[in-house]
Write a protein that binds this ligand. Structure first.
Ligand code: NCD
Length: 305
């Protein structure tokens, strides 16, 4: 039985196969409409979510399966003091696969060790968010063809932004990918990503503070929200929250074919005027999230169509 805790749980070949499957699903939706007729997905969300939970549920429904779960910790027995390990043991009796989001780093891993069904990490604190990465990879591959040779700028809260951590780990395995890490000093990438991933693998990267300086060289600009819920005090958040605002003026500095991605939700970091720019790909990205989660469910349940 396989779980998904981090994008590193899949080899590059397995990732490529999963993305191929997602693209086939996109093109042949009806072929997959009943392949999970007798399956159930549990969504155990101890932290707020719109896209991740609903796209998982939509994915299972598109495959003909059913969904059950909870969307806040206080509506589950966690409010009575039940451990994640006990919850998953019980949920294993009700469902065939589960997606879990939790504010604590490592919670999904703890769950996977007690589980008799595949567990998908749908975000664990400020650590990892592998299914957002699958979404990001599918978006880039579908809109740009390949990863090789791309210069990818990641901008905003690189410290607490779990989507950034997972995406760098995944992309660092593709040849010729270059990163430009754009953040204020206080929100720089954690050292475990810098040292264990970027330095160790001799990846080409630079760290800069000004988006205006970085944008002209980028093929992909991945914007992120400042992660308010992970700050120790509100004053620091308020000081940081509008550090970057991508607007039409900054877009004038970018390449004609640069793509703007964002895992969403957006707060202020992308001005709504950018939405009509053909380079804005963040809402298309949300759609790709459904196909890739369909592919992931089939892969972990070992269903071949
Ligand atoms: C992200 C998350 O939960 O980490 N959202 C998402 O799943 N699309 C990004 C964020 O909350 O900023």
């Amino acid at each position: 039985m396989r779980h998904l805790m981090s994008p590193m749980d899949f080899s590059v070949e397995e990732l490529d196969r999963l993305l191929d499957l997602a693209q086939d699903i996109e093109q042949n939706r009806s072929r997959y409409a009943h392949v999970c007729d007798d399956k159930r997905l549990a969504t155990l969300f101890y932290e707020p979510s719109t896209r991740t939970r609903l796209s998982f549920e939509a994915a299972m429904m598109n495959l003909g399966g059913k969904v059950l779960g909870f969307s806040t910790a206080d509506s589950s027995s966690a409010a009575k003091g039940e451990s994640v390990a006990d919850t998953i043991r019980v949920v294993s009796c009700y469902a065939d696969i589960c997606a879990m989001r939790h504010p604590k780093e490592g919670a999904a891993l703890v769950a996977s060790m007690a589980s008799s069904i595949p567990v998908i990490n749908a975000g664990d604190g400020g650590h990892q968010h592998p299914t957002q990465t699958l979404t990001d990879l599918l978006t880039i591959r579908s809109l740009r063809g390949e990863f090789k040779g791309l210069t990818i700028g990641l901008c905003g809260d690189l410290k607490f932004g779990r989507t950034v951590h997972s995406l760098i780990e995944a992309l660092a395995r593709y040849e010729g990918v270059r990163f430009v890490l754009i953040s204020p000093e206080e929100l720089r990438i954690p050292s475990y990503i810098r040292e264990d991933v970027l330095d160790k693998k001799h990846i080409d990267y630079t760290e800069v503070e000004r988006l205006e300086d970085a944008i002209p060289a980028l093929d992909i600009l991945y914007m992120t929200r400042v992660q308010r819920e992970r700050f120790f005090n509100e004053e620091d958040y308020v000081r940081m929250k509008d550090f970057y605002i991508l607007d039409e003026t900054k877009m004038l500095l970018a390449k004609k074919e640069m793509l703007v991605l964002h895992p969403l939700p957006r707060v202020n970091e992308i001005s709504v005027e950018v939405d009509k720019d053909p380079r804005a790909a963040y809402f298309r990205q949300a759609q790709y999230g459904v196909y890739v989660r369909m592919a992931l469910i089939l892969t972990l349940l070992e269903i071949n169509v």
